[in-house]
Design a protein around this ligand. Structure first.
Ligand code: BES
Ligand code: MN
Ligand code: MN
Length: 462
């Protein structure tokens, strides 16, 4: 396993240029205009898995974008690691805020990445992190260092809710059977503070539409006399939080697992600097649910946020108008044991009930996903911890994150296996934002660390 450092030194330029080629393809799953690019990316990923030495590679059709599957089975009696990742990316907009074009990757130095970072949409989420696994598998296969079996499934619809994946799992349960699932699609605390993600939040995502008068109206002739759907929608949204920033939807907190004081004290040991946090975001204060710290607010507590709001005139200059309709997209991040379907229903009932007379309200559910937590006693966690200890010379910090990867809970339900989340990105890598990037150091460190997971997992479980 120790040859990994030599292998990286010899091949790192190629590792970087291969990733750059992959990042050039705009695999934006949300926008049908890019469907050919998404498919091209699937083919490129398959090719890379073949080149890495996998025995069997295929592009599996689903009702949406395909899943790329590959495997290297060395001995069916040995454990099997299933790697999951996604080759689709978020839309790059607002495009004018990028300092270099999102699909023309360049390496630039930053304060946190003095050795350079690759700037491109998907650099960190998740092409860069997914490709670390392809290169780690390449190393193990080409150097006779693969200690167990490996299967990889790389999907193309993660950023739009993994709609086709539930069916895919049930249909291919046998093929995907495994002992442990390994994912790099989260972050770590800092380059000198490695961490293992032990929890993900769930998600309920809805779109709301408020309709007032049957047509757009002159805001002078009618203003003040009819319900203005934009005013109404804003009031309704404002009422979803009380003065302590608790969510006011009846029943919303009923299933929230209260984390014990002991556990909260343990979590508080993870390094977190509020001043740096505020400085990095250029805000002079934070905001959130009363009674909880900032890191608790984004990890162990559920939230409700407007992700987009529109209606009326938003073009150049001023137009005096009362719109007929107003819209908003709202996400609710969920924690154990909240259920996304139930939360969507509670939201819908409540939102309809607070609509004043004179407007009509429509709630359309989008995707959802269950939250996930894993414990530190598992073989998988221990193997991951030992891997970080080997390559970072530090014990990783367990950390629950605020983001969501809905498939992880489904993996547990359908495939009955636990997932280990080894993320190598930083929060400041700007995933989903303009100027997304991934540190070259992080990329290579991931490639170095992953093979040790295989080694220790196999040792601990056989
Ligand atoms: N990789 C992210 C999730 C993530 C990022 C988790 C950083 C923890 C830390 C993933 O691609 C993502 O963006 N998920 C979406 C949910 C999905 C249903 C669109 C999210 O969290 O908003
Ligand atoms: Mn991702
Ligand atoms: Mn994402």
């Amino acid at each position: 396993m120790e040859q990994i450092n030599d292998y990286i030194n010899t091949h790192k330029d190629r590792f970087i240029s291969e990733l750059i080629e992959l990042l050039k393809i705009p695999s934006i799953s949300a926008d049908p205009a890019f469907s050919q690019d998404v498919l091209e990316t699937a083919r490129a990923v398959e090719k890379s898995l073949k080149a890495a030495g996998c025995d069997k590679t295929e592009i599996c059709e689903t009702k949406g974008y395909p899943v790329v599957y590959a495997e290297k089975i060395i001995d069916p009696s040995l454990p099997t690691v299933l790697v999951y990742g996604h080759y689709d990316v978020q839309p790059p907009d607002p495009i004018e805020l990028w300092t270099s074009p999102p699909f023309e990757p360049v390496i630039k130095k930053t304060d946190l990445h003095p050795e350079g970072a690759i700037f491109a949409r998907g650099a960190c989420d998740d092409k860069g992190q997914m490709y670390m696994h392809v290169k780690a598998v390449e190393f193990m296969i080409k150097n006779d260092a693969l200690p167990c079996n490996v299967k990889l499934m790389i999907e193309g619809e993660e950023e739009v809710g993994s709609d086709s994946l539930a069916d895919f799992l049930t249909e291919h349960k046998e093929k995907l059977s495994n002992d442990i699932i390994l994912i790099s699609d989260t972050g770590m605390i800092a380059n000198d503070v490695p961490s293992i993600t032990t929890g993900l939040r769930g998600l309920s995502y809805v779109e709301v539409e408020v309709t007032g008068p049957n047509r757009d109206l002159h805001s002078g002739i009618y203003g003040g006399a009819v319900p203005n759907p934009i005013n109404v929608l804003n009031k309704m949204i404002a009422s979803l939080h009380d003065e302590n920033n608790h969510i006011t939807i009846p029943g919303f907190y009923d299933r929230v697992e209260e984390v014990s004081a002991a556990e909260r004290a343990e979590m508080a040991k993870a390094p977190f600097n509020l001043d740096e946090y505020k400085k990095a975001l250029d805000i002079d204060d934070v905001q959130g649910e009363k009674g909880f710290t900032t890191s608790e607010r984004y990890s162990i507590r559920p939230t409700l946020d407007v992700n987009g709001i529109w209606g009326g005139y938003t073009g150049e200059g001023a137009k005096t108008v009362i719109a007929s309709k107003a819209y908003a997209k709202i996400s609710m991040r969920l924690v154990p044991d909240q259920d996304p379907d139930e939360i969507t229903e509670l939201f819908t009932t409540h939102f309809e009930s607070i609509a004043p007379k004179g407007v009509k309200v429509k709630v359309t559910p989008h995707h959802g996903g269950l939250p996930y937590v894993t414990n530190m006693d598992s073989l998988g966690y221990q193997a991951a911890a030992k891997a970080y200890e080997t390559t970072f010379d530090k014990t990783p910090v367990p950390e629950r994150t605020g983001g969501s990867i809905p498939i992880v809970a489904l993996f547990e339900q359908v495939l009955e296996s636990k997932t280990i989340l080894m993320g190598f990105g930083l929060d400041s890598d700007a995933i989903h934002s303009p100027n997304e990037h991934f540190g070259v150091w992080n990329y290579l460190k991931g490639i170095e660390t992953i093979p040790y997971f295989y080694k220790y997992y196999t040792e601990l479980s056989t």
